[in-house]
Design a protein around this ligand. Structure first.
Ligand code: PLP
Length: 397
């Protein structure tokens, strides 16, 4: 008889030659538990998903309540489903007035796809400008705006009309023209190894988009829902997008995404032709109920209030000669080391010692720190001590 590990490798499609292969029995708050009774502190939040922790009781209750009422009823956009209406209403109440129309989808990549179509349709233009080292998802449209040839070349041809500019370089902004439908940007680049743009750069970018009639799409799929110390990272820069992309931390652990814009812009999807973007499961009622409960928790428990002081504590505790730099904002941090081998060794040792840590798609010489926002100061001390021990161990070794 095959073991769960063998069955996983045999029957579950694999995405890399070296999966982590932890088998988790349950998860709660900051921790995952395996079948041998070992606990693991989650320092990556399942890749920026579990902002309110794993299985927050209010999220779990909202899921149970909705399961008892109805699951899928019909395709998105036809019936009035109260979980969708309530969640969309809550989102638009906390966003700038121009972000009032929420299109629910199932994932981040789908939000990217929908937003790119919306921008092309609204402006009547086809060029899209994206950023070097960006990541917006793995479907073909999203892959087309990914700023890393290594992961794209085997899948060409992709979408034409995409240009790449350098992140945070004001001189490149002149490439945005009246031919450009949209600029798509992660407000803070995640997979590039957490790159924070300058305030002035963001102001100039928004100005240039306004001058040329180009829509600004901000991808807050990693940065949203309190991760950077504000509900959305664009709030740090005194601007707002024409189209906002959300997913990951949106559903409290359930799959959901959205692209959000004004009613005026969004209205082009409903005519000439009708059904400009459609989805069967987008805005699933259980995911919307979970998402609303999750957002209520973030706001009511003021989960983003202490994010800046938790960032400072991480920076204070993570002092080590092997750490070249700590980049990022709030609880979206990156520890820059020297090589992929070092990152692999240190993260493996951290996992062995009960701390889950990972690397970045476009920056494999750095380690990712993105814990649930509920992490306590004691847990930060413990996590940092484990990381420092692993750095010492491999330096000595
Ligand atoms: N955009 C950003 C900034 C992301 O980090 C990701 C996923 O890592 C995506 C989009 C794609 O989201 P999904 O994996 O839900 O398709």
């Amino acid at each position: 008889m095959l073991s769960p590990r063998q069955l996983f490798l045999l029957n579950t499609a694999q995405t890399s030659p070296s999966p982590r292969l932890l088998e988790i029995e349950s998860a709660e708050g900051m921790y995952l538990y395996d079948y041998d009774g070992n606990s693991y502190m989650d320092l990556v939040s399942g890749f920026a998903v579990s902002n309110t922790g794993h299985r927050h009781p209010k999220v779990v209750q909202a899921i149970k309540d909705q399961v008892d009422k109805y699951l899928h009823l019909t395709v998105y956009g036809e019936f009035i489903q109260s979980p969708q209406v309530k969640f969309a209403g809550k989102l638009s109440s906390i966003l700038p007035d121009s972000l009032s129309s929420v299109y629910f989808v199932n994932s981040g990549a789908e939000a990217t796809e929908g937003a790119m179509k919306l921008a092309k349709r609204f402006t009547g233009r086809s060029e899209i400008i994206a950023f070097k080292n960006s990541y917006h998802g793995s479907t073909q449209g999203a892959l087309s705006v990914m700023g890393n040839e290594h992961y794209k070349q085997a899948y060409r041809p992709l979408l034409p009309g995409i240009r790449f500019i350098e992140f945070n370089n004001p001189f490149d902004l002149d490439l945005i023209s009246t031919d450009t439908a949209a600029v798509i940007m992660e407000t803070i680049q995640g997979e590039a190894g957490v790159r924070v743009p300058d305030f002035n750069y963001m102001q100039s970018l928004k100005k240039r988009c306004n001058e040329t009639g180009t829509l600004l799409i901000l991808d807050e799929i990693q940065t949203g829902f309190g991760r950077t110390g504000k509900l959305f990272a664009f709030e740090h820069f005194g601007i707002s997008p024409d189209i906002l992309l959300l997913a990951k931390g949106m559903g409290g652990g359930m799959p959901i995404g959205a692209f959000i814009s004004s009613n005026k812009i969004m209205s082009v999807l409903k005519e000439n032709p009708i059904l400009g973007h459609i989805t069967t499961f987008g805005g699933h009622p259980v995911s919307c109920a979970a998402g609303l409960a999750n957002l209520d928790v973030i706001i009511e428990e003021n989960l983003f209030k202490d994010v800046a002081s938790k960032e400072s504590l991480f920076r204070e505790c993570l002092q080590h000669p092997e750490i070249k730099e700590i980049r990022g904002m709030g609880l979206m941090l990156c520890i820059q080391l020297s090589s992929f081998e070092q990152v692999e060794n240190v993260s493996r040792r951290c996992v062995e010692n009960g701390i889950i840590i990972d690397w970045f798609l476009h920056c494999d010489t750095a380690m990712r720190i993105a814990p649930p926002l509920i992490i306590t100061d004691n847990e930060i001390h413990k996590a940092c001590a484990t990381i420092i021990e692993a750095l010492d161990f491999y330096r000595a070794g």
